[in-house]
Design a protein around this ligand. Structure first.
Ligand code: ADP
Ligand code: MG
Length: 327
């Protein structure tokens, strides 16, 4: 594979953002930051065999997810994604066609959010594919949806439904059998093609104050990050956790807590805000058909995450449980 030829094929056919001054093709990209906005930057790496298995996902799905997980971090800052860069280390068993398909997976999301690919790096590697995506977003300068912004008596909320992604992974790893075909596809899809919650993040950014985190490592872990950063506690109710139809079906014959508490990779948003702002948030989300659910409240109990079980038993949750094949 010819590196220069490959990079040529990555040259975007159109540029969405008028602020791109120099895109792919020079030593570095140049863009003009918008006035009165802060720039928000994040980077995430996916390694073959660790974050994805080549035989279990198509290149398109791998590309989609590599960009989606970064957009999710931008959403958790209440920001809008604008630009992205891709560094890729390519082993010899990946054909150029596979790589172009991987980029197509990213284009699907980039088109949806009108993001521009403005650069990257291409190197070869001995064994496993490594793809590193950097996303640059923008947020109104006064908005800070930080983990440290929780206050006592805040409402704790979560978008979408929780636990689907890790149940989907269990299916892919042949650790879970699901007979219902539609449910099986739904769960696998939630794992391979997570939806970053940019619109929900935008609404949350309009509130007077909110703490916010995206669910990459599991609900218990993300709640711990909020209570540690805010030096407070959280208590939440198992009965209120939003669970999909597919997961509630599995509940009859499986212990699903490992998925919705510790599973991770749902890329939903979890956060806290005042009771008054919660009412506004809920109403705004309902208007736009965005699922958002109140699951608990912020307490003064320093750094403790407490779950009230369906049988009303109270348990303190550890930060981490299952860490799938991250090892
Ligand atoms: P340099 O040698 O100056 O670092 P490169 O030849 O690596 O430049 O890259 C040329 C152009 O192609 C740059 O704009 C770079 O950002 C872009 N580019 C290189 N690899 C990739 C990639 N995998 N994805 C997107 N853009 C890339
Ligand atoms: Mg280079």
């Amino acid at each position: 594979m010819d590196e220069f030829d490959f990079i040529d094929k990555l040259q975007p056919k159109r540029i969405f953002q008028p602020n791109v001054v120099v895109g792919i093709g020079d030593d570095a990209a140049v863009y003009k930051p918008s006035r009165h906005k802060n720039q928000v930057v994040c980077v995430d790496t996916m390694v073959e065999g660790v974050h994805f298995l080549k035989h279990a996902s198509t290149p398109e799905e791998i590309g989609y997810k590599a960009l989606a997980v970064n957009i999710s971090d931008i959403a958790a800052m209440g920001a809008i994604p604008r630009y992205y860069l891709v560094s890729i280390a390519i082993p010899s068993n990946w054909a150029e066609q596979d790589l172009l398909e991987l980029y197509h997976g990213m284009y699907e999301l980039a088109d949806e959010y009108e993001m521009d690919l403005i650069g990257g790096d291409t190197v070869s590697t001995a064994d496993k594919l490594v793809v590193t995506v950097t996303v640059i977003g923008e947020v109104e300068a006064h908005v800070q949806t930080l983990r440290s912004k929780a206050k006592e008596h805040d409402v704790v909320f979560v978008t979408g439904s929780i636990g689907d992604s890790s149940a989907g992974l269990a299916i892919l790893l042949s650790q879970l059998a699901v007979d219902n075909k539609a449910h099986k596809e739904y769960l696998i899809n939630r794992h391979k093609r997570p939806t970053p919650r940019v619109r929900a993040g935008q609404i949350i950014a309009t509130l007077d104050r909110a703490s916010l985190n995206d669910i990459s490592d599991g609900l218990a872990s993300e709640l711990h990050e909020i209570v540690e950063a805010s030096q407070l506690g959280i208590t939440f109710n198992e009965a209120d956790i939003p669970i999909s139809e597919a997961l509630s079906e599995l509940k009859k014959s499986n212990d699903i807590t490992k998925w919705f508490l510790y599973g991770g990779e749902d890329f939903e948003l979890v956060g806290t805000t005042s009771a008054e702002s919660w009412d506004k948030l809920k109403m705004a989300c309902d208007e736009q058909s965005i699922k958002i659910t109140k699951i608990g409240s912020v307490t003064s109990s320093h750094s403790s995450v407490q779950l009230v079980k369906e049988n009303l038993e109270m348990i303190f949750l550890e930060k981490s449980g299952y860490n799938h094949f991250k090892g």
